[in-house]
Design a protein. Structure first.
Length: 183
């Protein structure tokens, strides 16, 4: 059985980024993204309606973290403290050494290779210190940016579920991408 330990919190650095722990001070910027229907169109979660919804999300992130049941990093640019996005293994199947990856980036910073840096860094963490065997990503077929990102990181398509997800009044398809550890 996988036995992840996120204490102390693993702060990760890349060429341009610091991936750190969320604090409640990140709530207003997180709220700006989570309330935006365009940014959230492929996330499949309810839109945040108030700042409290973002605060509640950070509470969930912290609860998952303290139980070693999930880990989400706040993405910041080096030399700046502010949230620009999030990335993490928000669902962990400990018995299968498997986790589901998720990510979200402020559009002002998209298309600059930022998430590529973050994804490759947490893949290394997942298959390294965290000891995962596989990483799953559930993606909407219309999410070209996310699909490109996954393919670039050697994820392969394993399943295509038709209309398995009811979101925003419609049944939607899901593609499951997976990456296995090389070990
Ligand atoms: C998916 C997302 C995180 C990508 O972040 P990003 O920092 O813009 O991605 P990158 O700049 O690292 O790009 C990675 C690759 O995807 C490509 N890409 C980026 N946006 C794209 C788009 N809209 N269409 C097609 N390809 C795209 C890039 O060109 C790059 O490939 P390349 O290096 O071969 O050129 C970002 O679009 C996002 O936050 N979307 C909203 C939230 C979301 O949908 N999350 C995923 C849910 S599964």
């Amino acid at each position: 059985m996988l036995n992840p330990n996120f204490d102390p919190f693993p702060i990760l650095t890349t060429e341009r980024l610091i991936l750190r722990r969320f604090t409640f001070a990140d709530a207003p910027r997180l709220f700006e993204l989570r309330k935006d229907p365009v940014i959230m169109q492929y996330i499949g979660r309810p839109l945040a309606k108030t700042l409290d919804d973002a605060i509640d999300l950070i509470k969930v992130i912290n609860d998952l973290l303290s139980g070693n049941n999930g880990i989400t990093w706040c993405i910041t640019l080096k030399n700046e403290q502010e949230f620009i996005g999030s990335i993490g293994f928000w669902r962990i199947e400990k018995e299968n050494y498997r986790a589901e990856i998720g990510y979200l980036l402020n559009p002002a910073y998209q298309g600059m290779g930022i998430m590529q840096e973050a994804v490759e860094t947490i893949i290394n963490y997942g298959f390294g210190p965290m000891n995962l065997h596989s990483i799953q990503a559930n993606v909407s077929p219309g999410n070209a940016a996310s699909i490109k990102l996954l393919q670039k990181n050697n994820f392969t398509q394993e399943a295509y579920f038709k209309e398995n997800c009811f979101y925003n009044g419609a049944f939607r398809d899901t593609i499951v991408y997976t990456l296995l550890t090389k070990n």
